[in-house]
Design a protein around this ligand. Sequence first.
Ligand code: 8YV
Length: 332
Amino acid sequence: MNSKPRILIARAISPEVVSTLQQHFDVTANPEDVAWSPDELIDRLQGMDGVLTTGSQRIDAALLAACPQLKICANMAVGYNNFDVAAMTAAGVQGTNAPDVLTETTADFGFALLMATARRISESEHYLRAGLWKDWRYDLFAGTEVHGSTLGILGMGRIGQAIAKRGAFGFGMNVIYHNRSQLQPALEAECKARYVGKEELLQTADHLVLVLPYTPEAHHTIGAAEIALMKPTATLINIARGGIVDDAALAKALAARQIAAAGLDVFEGEPAVHPDLLEVPNVVLTPHIASATAPTRLAMAQLAADNLIAYLGGKAPVTPVNQLDAATRRQK
Ligand code: 8YV
């Protein structure tokens, strides 16, 4: 009798996706939703053929060597900077991510964070809750204009394009972007976005949204020198990854009002947040929730499950992040 492949679900996900996976696999889940340490993860991965990971489980050469049975890591995230892709490919382990299903939801949140930052929503709510609202005042929480302003986007992938459309068509914004490569003219027209150099983007944007993938080259893409190029009235929004922004430099710039405000959903070393960021009022801080709506979380988990089912069932993965050589691929 052929036994079912064994998989580990590293964090708690929708019970319906767990049930689907149970039809195909011998499943070990994590119903208490414990954030395992790297060593605990290695322990639990012994004898597993596949794992459903989130962006917070690091998959590296040491883990792959310690888990020789492991054949696929299915990330429930579009970003996969938690994967050492080269090490996975060298070890013959398939990696998959979860693109597309979260694009519009994440773009919605990017815009929500932009609006909250520009219009000082968090800051003014704290003021109200603290009982400080006693009277009307001409410039009470006067913010930055959104409609008709210039929206700058750094990283023009699927999410960047979805944000551009919201800005151009919903808010009449002038959209400029910078990316590793310029979009095809038809796609630029669809997004109503104009390609500019990085310096022009920094100097011209009223609201700068970061949506680029986190690679070693993208570390501290925005630091003190880049912030110095921005307008004093500008806002900076990071929904990409912590590490793209030098958070210490940003906190300093916000305190000095070198830029007007920032909205951050991701942080260097999260869930820890740089203490200086917690001290400045002109920043909106959220705990990495840009893709967090119930339907989108479900779609992300389903896509990760589909990848596990396809690959361990002998088919091509749906959304691979690496291409394996048939000769070196870990097999049953
Ligand atoms: C996830 C994300 O919530 O998809 C991504 O890249 O950052 C988020 O949508 C997170 O990584 C958990 O998997």
